[in-house]
Design a protein around this ligand. Structure first.
Ligand code: HEC
Length: 126
C-alpha cells in the first residue's frame, strides 16, 4: 500500500515537473495548449513554424511517437546535420550548471524531457 502510494506520488511529481517545464520552456513557441501559437512565434515568424504538438499522434497513425518526441526534444542527435535550426537543443540547454554532461545531470535531463513528452502526450487530439 505504502509502495503504491509512493509510486503514485513519484508519478504525480513527474507529471508536475513535465507541466512546469513545458510552461517555462516550450509554451513561448508552441503555446500553452501545444497548438503552435506561442507568443514568440507570433511576434517573430518562424520558418518552419513550431509544430502543432496536439497532432503528433494523429500524424503518426494514432500512436503517440513517444521515443521520437524525446529524441527530437533532446536534439543532440540532430546536431551533426543541423537539421533543426530554430528549436533549442534541450538535451544541452537543460544540463545542470557546473555539472554539464555528468551522468547525474544527463539522467536528470532525460527525466525532465520524458516528463515533458508525457505532458505533450496528454494533450493529443483524437
Ligand atoms: C524558440 C522556439 C521553440 C521552443 C522554445 C520550443 N520549440 Fe519545439 N519546435 C520549434 C520549431 C520552430 C519546430 C519545428 C521544427 C524546427 O525548426 O525545429 C519545433 C518542433 C518541435 C517538435 C516536433 C519535432 C519533430 O520531430 O517533428 C516537438 C516534439 C517539439 N518541438 C517539442 C518541444 C518541447 C517539448 C519544447 C520545450 C522543451 C519545445 N519544443 C520548445 C520551436 C520551439
Amino acid at each position: 500500500m505504502l509502495i503504491l502510494l509512493l509510486a503514485a506520488t513519484a508519478r504525480d511529481a513527474a507529471a508536475q515537473s513535465g507541466i512546469r517545464d513545458y510552461q517555462n520552456h516550450c509554451a513561448e513557441c508552441h503555446g500553452l495548449g501545444g497548438r503552435g501559437d506561442g507568443p514568440t512565434c507570433l511576434t517573430i515568424p518562424m520558418n518552419p513554424p513550431p509544430n502543432d504538438l496536439t497532432q503528433m499522434a494523429k500524424n503518426n497513425g494514432g500512436k503517440f511517437p513517444f521515443d521520437e518526441v524525446v529524441e527530437s526534444v533532446d536534439g543532440r542527435k540532430n546536431i551533426p546535420s543541423h537539421a533543426r535550426l530554430q528549436m533549442p537543443f534541450w538535451g544541452t540547454t537543460l544540463q545542470k550548471p557546473g555539472k554539464e554532461f555528468t551522468p547525474e545531470s544527463d539522467a536528470e535531463v532525460k527525466k525532465r524531457i520524458e516528463s515533458m513528452a508525457r505532458y505533450v502526450e496528454s494533450i493529443q487530439q483524437k
